[in-house]
Ligand binder design. Structure first.
Ligand SMILES: [Zn+2]
Length: 363
């Protein structure tokens, strides 16, 4: 039995030993194999990593081995992608707006800052561009507007206009005869540079057409010499963009503070503010004069002006007597330069500008 047992024992031990040996061998192979694989992977990974540049040392650029570069897939011919510009509108910001402003500036439509802010100035410039170029003037730079704007077909802004070029007929501006969008008078100067300290200024940068500013200076010099002073200049040239801002602000305040509908607010605004384009101040030929701290219509300066302005090329543009023709109630502070020949004839005929222009047509 012991033999049997020993045999059994021996014969039982041998397969166990064999299996154990196989297991040890397999484990060894596995461990060695995994290590070898890991080592290879690390090698490969390290070979692929671009060394971090040492500070102060220029990284050496490695030209890839052409044999290892995957060839590009066979190219399918596609047309060059046409840039599809994003829609830009009031409130838009960033580089696209900046690019838009630069282009509008190059074409003569925009004079504001290149600040990347799509504000009123940018919107007005876009609208003018759209009008001049036959597009829907919504002030939104959509795809159609931008495509035309950046193309060779874009029409530039009309240049400054010599508002005194027609010496036969003074320029008439009113609600029925508005100036076109983008209108700008030529030969603008800072009034202060011409008139100096004969008058004080609400806005020292205010501009006017040179010839009108020079006539104002001559007139004020004579008034001051006669003892009629002081004077204050409230308004002169105003851009159509300025007028839009003023008009819209007034409409909004009527809507917010007086709870009017938009249509009601616009109607109310028109009683005191001209529609953009319909103000004489866009011509650079009109001045609003004042006496600081006083109601101008009750001052000696006003009486002097009313009597003498005609001899300096100016007219009292809006009087109560002619308000049914001009459509504007009396503005005793507003004088308009038309040139001496016309101003004196208008005084003699007692015509407002609307009547006078009609009369000239009949001559
Ligand atoms: Zn005025």
């Amino acid at each position: 039995m012991p033999q049997n047992r020993s045999y059994k024992k021996k014969s039982a031990r041998s397969p166990y030993l064999f299996i154990a040996l196989v297991l040890v061998l397999l484990t060894a192979v596995l461990i060695l194999g995994t290590r070898a694989m890991n080592a290879w992977k690390v090698y490969e990974a390290e070979a692929a990593v671009t060394p971090a540049p040492t500070p102060g040392v220029r990284p050496i650029s490695v030209t890839p081995d052409p044999a290892r570069v995957t060839p590009p897939p066979t190219a399918i011919p596609t047309p060059a992608p046409s840039p599809t510009p994003g829609l830009l509108n009031s409130g838009s910001q960033g580089d696209e707006v900046r690019r838009l402003q630069v282009r509008l500036q190059d074409l003569g439509y925009y004079r504001g800052n290149i600040d990347g802010d799509y504000g009123t100035g940018t919107k007005t410039a876009v609208q003018t561009f759209q009008k001049i170029n036959g597009l829907d003037a919504d002030g939104i730079a959509g795809q159609l507007t931008q495509t035309l704007l950046y193309s060779d077909q874009a029409l530039p802004a009309p240049g400054p206009v010599d508002v005194l070029a027609n010496r036969d007929t003074p320029l008439l501006v009113n609600a029925q005869n508005p100036l076109p969008d983008g209108f700008e008078p030529a030969d603008l100067v800072k009034v202060r540079d011409v008139v100096g300290n004969l008058i004080t200024y609400e806005n020292t940068g205010v501009q006017a057409v040179r010839e009108a500013a020079e006539a104002l200076k001559t007139m004020l010099q004579d008034a001051v010499n006669d003892g009629y002073k002081p004077w204050k200049l409230r308004e002169a040239y105003r851009t159509i963009a300025d007028q839009k801002r003023i008009f819209n602000n007034r409409v909004n305040s009527y809507m917010n503070e007086n709870s009017l509908t938009r249509a009601q607010a616009i109607a109310r605004t028109r009683q005191s503010v001209a529609d953009p384009g319909a103000s004489e101040h866009h011509t650079g030929l009109a001045f609003d004069l004042n006496v600081p701290g006083e109601s101008f219509g009750e001052t000696a300066q006003y009486l002097w002006l009313k009597q003498h302005c005609w001899d300096y090329g100016f007219i009292m543009r809006y009087t109560d007597e002619k308000s049914d023709i001009t459509g504007i109630t009396g503005e005793e502070w507003h004088v308009r330069y038309v040139g001496l020949e016309h101003s004196q004839r208008m005084r003699d005929l007692d015509y407002c500008l609307e009547e006078y222009v009609e009369w000239l047509k009949r001559q």
